[in-house]
Design a protein around this ligand. Structure first.
Ligand code: HEC
Length: 120
């Protein structure tokens, strides 16, 4: 009986820990389709300027994810950023156009944003 109560306690702690991860890291709660996100990023030539880990002509996706960590409007800001063309200043100087990726639909673009936000 004692060991039964003990395993119940472990289960309770595991459930609490899992819930905590979802609260602290909202991106973890999203079901990101990694393949679809990388395919879209390749199709949009995003890796010409961005990499996941290292700064290139643009900040890494890891840095972008860290910048937006804990910000409730992160998803909306990045969807807006990726919904139109705008001029950005690249590392080393010079302005280039930031073009939107060829997303199939809103969900496809949202998946890419969740993928970026979960790189941090
Ligand atoms: C010509 C180079 C270039 C290409 C190609 C490019 N980016 Fe960027 N991107 C930048 C630069 C430079 C910045 C940082 C300046 C800024 O945010 O204004 C940036 C910023 C971002 C940000 C962060 C915006 C913010 O609010 O902090 C995201 C997200 C992003 N890019 C995603 C993408 C995706 C997805 C693609 C492919 C569709 C892409 N970028 C293609 C240069 C590029």
């Amino acid at each position: 009986m004692k060991s039964f109560l003990y395993s119940g306690e472990i289960l309770r702690k595991a459930v609490l820990a899992a819930a905590l991860v979802l609260v602290v890291h909202p991106a973890a709660a999203q079901n990101v389709n990694e393949d679809a996100a990388e395919t879209l990023a390749k199709a949009g030539h995003c890796f010409k300027c961005h990499s996941v880990e290292k700064a290139k002509k643009a900040p890494s996706y890891k840095r972008i994810a860290q910048k937006y960590k804990g910000k409730p409007d992160a998803e909306a800001v990045l969807i807006k950023h990726l919904s139109g063309s705008k001029s950005v200043t690249v590392e080393g100087g010079g302005d280039e156009q930031h073009e939107p990726p060829p997303a199939k639909d809103a969900a496809d673009l949202k998946n890419l944003v969740h993928w970026i936000l979960s790189r941090g």
